[in-house]
Design a protein around this ligand. Structure first.
Ligand code: FAD
Length: 494
């Protein structure tokens, strides 16, 4: 759907301009590349390219497409409030940007770094093409506390273990200060044709499955700031003790805002410090715990940068011969939240309805797929990629490999979550299960994680008919555990 950009251009654009290429940095504040573009003194043309065609791009999943629509809408509004315009183009980024550079008489292009192998390859090609034409290319770290290439172990290699990695990050002290939003002078995009966002059909229509997403989320930079403020005010204190409880819903839910770059980790870091200084320095341990979760995000990006095949290949090659089962039917049951294990089903339904799942439940549901059902972690990674609003190439792949045991600094394969005990421990009254598995809502607390074991009269009184209103477990936990350990024997001694 490329436009005839050159023909559409305003022919009297004679002044030199700069291009700013928005990617996963959909914000105005603390965006080093954007600030540099406006500081360069030339009028700036802001563009977002939906590139689903270039080699190396991974198409966005459905939930991410929904989020992108909202995020771009918010960004367009924020830009136009200051007289700027966001140009939207769809197609291969290289051709579109080269055309635009010519049409707008650009002398430079600015962007924020990304870390997937495919994205970096595209960026390298575009950099070469632009530089060959005499244009300056300036790219910046905007989405991480530290560039992955700037952190090395004592022996000069990448980190593979989280604790020393995070110690090295902390040893560097405070990150740079937050950069204020630039004043957005002079739009040069006014004469250039732009796609209409609605024409990209990012939002589902028939069927419209996004009602649950709309009810839960507000994409955009302003909403991200609101969420951070609310989290610091209401939930930072107590975070360390309560973050594993899906029934309490006390984590920040900043993950989709981070995934789309509507907020930066630097802003979060300084927001936390300012909060501690101003109101609650007793929450210092909670703050450390919260920041260390951002640390896992940094670590995942570090891994993705240094081990580019992380989303598709086992970090630990012993897993290349792991005897995964072909389980189309069981995979479907897991995806739909029909495994018969309430905590797993609640998580999978929360994901489907809201585009997000609590971290503890992600671990339980992922472990169930990999270890109880013996399905390759990549099938789970793909499902999460399609259904999460925070789908992130680094966090998703690193976390799936962590659960599988095939990743860096991973949970050992033989540590197999018991979905019953996990449910009872982290959702003790079953509030979370009742919210997402309403057919179990009337079961007494004692039975909510083991409906199959409830006495008949309790099932009857609760309106449950096992196997009909709610499935029996698709596999017995003890059997599954034995089977998983036997499968692990195949690779254990390699
Ligand atoms: P908070 O507890 O408030 O944490 C703050 C931020 O720290 C998060 O927004 C996130 O950016 C980061 N963070 C927290 N936990 C982790 C973690 N374990 N690993 C990396 N970063 C973390 N996170 C994603 O952002 N995208 C994904 O695609 C993704 N896929 C996952 C798949 C599996 C199988 C598992 C087990 C975890 C996955 N995570 C992913 C990590 C984690 O579950 C989410 O980041 C977290 O639940 C987001 O909720 P929050 O923002 O309320 O987190």
């Amino acid at each position: 759907m490329r436009q005839g950009i050159v023909e559409d251009a305003v022919q009297d654009t004679v002044q030199d301009t700069s291009l700013f290429w928005f990617r996963n940095d959909l914000r105005l504040t603390d965006n080093p590349a954007l600030s540099a573009a406006f500081a360069a003194g030339r009028p700036v043309l802001c563009v977002y390219v939906l590139d689903e065609e270039s080699d190396g791009t991974r198409p966005l999943g459905g939930a991410s497409r929904w989020w992108l629509h909202g995020s771009l809408t918010a960004l367009q509004a924020a830009l136009s409030a200051q007289g700027q315009r966001l140009l939207l183009r769809r197609g291969p980024a290289k051709e579109i940007l080269l055309d635009l550079a010519q049409a707008a008489n650009a002398r430079a292009i600015f962007w924020t770094h990304r870390y997937t192998a495919g994205g970096r390859a595209i960026d390298d090609t575009i950099r070469r093409e632009f530089e060959q034409r005499g244009l300056s290319v300036q790219s910046y770290n905007g989405n991480l506390l530290h560039e992955p290439c700037g952190l090395q172990t004592a022996s000069g290699g990448p980190y593979r273990v989280f604790t020393p990695f995070w110690r090295a990050v902390r040893d560097r002290g405070m990150p740079r200060p937050v950069i204020p939003a630039p004043s957005l002078s002079e739009s040069v995009a006014l004469g250039l044709a732009s796609d209409q966002l609605d024409d990209w059909r990012l939002v589902p229509r028939k069927p419209d499955w996004a009602a649950g997403l709309r009810a839960c989320w507000e994409p955009g930079e302003a909403a991200a700031q609101k969420r951070l403020t609310g989290f610091l005010r209401d939930h930072l204190s107590g975070y360390a003790a309560r973050r594993d409880r899906p029934d309490l819903d006390v984590t920040s839910r900043l993950s989709p805002h981070l995934a789309f770059g509507e907020i930066s980790p630097v802003q979060i870091w300084h927001g936390v410090q300012a909060h501690l200084a101003a109101c609650d320095d007793r929450a210092a341990d909670d703050a450390d715990k919260f920041l260390s979760e951002l640390g896992w995000r940094e670590f995942s990006h570090h891994l993705l940068f240094h081990f580019p095949s992380l989303p598709t290949g086992n970090f630990d090659p012993r897993f290349d011969i792991f005897p995964w089962r072909d389980g189309d039917d069981t995979l479907r049951k897991w995806q739909r939240g029909l495994t018969g294990y309430p905590i797993v089903d609640a998580g999978m339904r929360q994901l489907w309805q809201t585009g997000w799942m609590h971290n503890r439940v992600r671990m339980i549901a992922a472990s169930f797929l990999i270890k109880h059902l013996l399905i390759d972690w990549r099938a789970g990674e793909r499902w999460f990629w399609d259904t999460l609003v925070d789908a992130d190439p680094a966090n998703n792949a690193a976390s799936w490999q962590w659960v599988a045991g095939s990743g860096a600094d991973a949970a050992p394969y033989f540590r197999i979550f018991n979905p019953i005990l996990q449910g009872q421990k982290f959702d003790p009254q079953g509030h979370y299960v009742r919210q997402f598995v309403p057919e179990l809502a009337d079961l007494p607390d004692k039975h909510v994680h083991t409906p199959w074991a409830a006495p008949e009269h309790i099932l009857r009184d609760s309106g449950i008919s096992p196997g009909r209103t709610y499935p029996a477990p698709i596999i017995d936990h003890k059997e599954a555990r034995k089977r998983a350990l036997a499968a692990f024997e195949v690779i254990k001694h390699r």
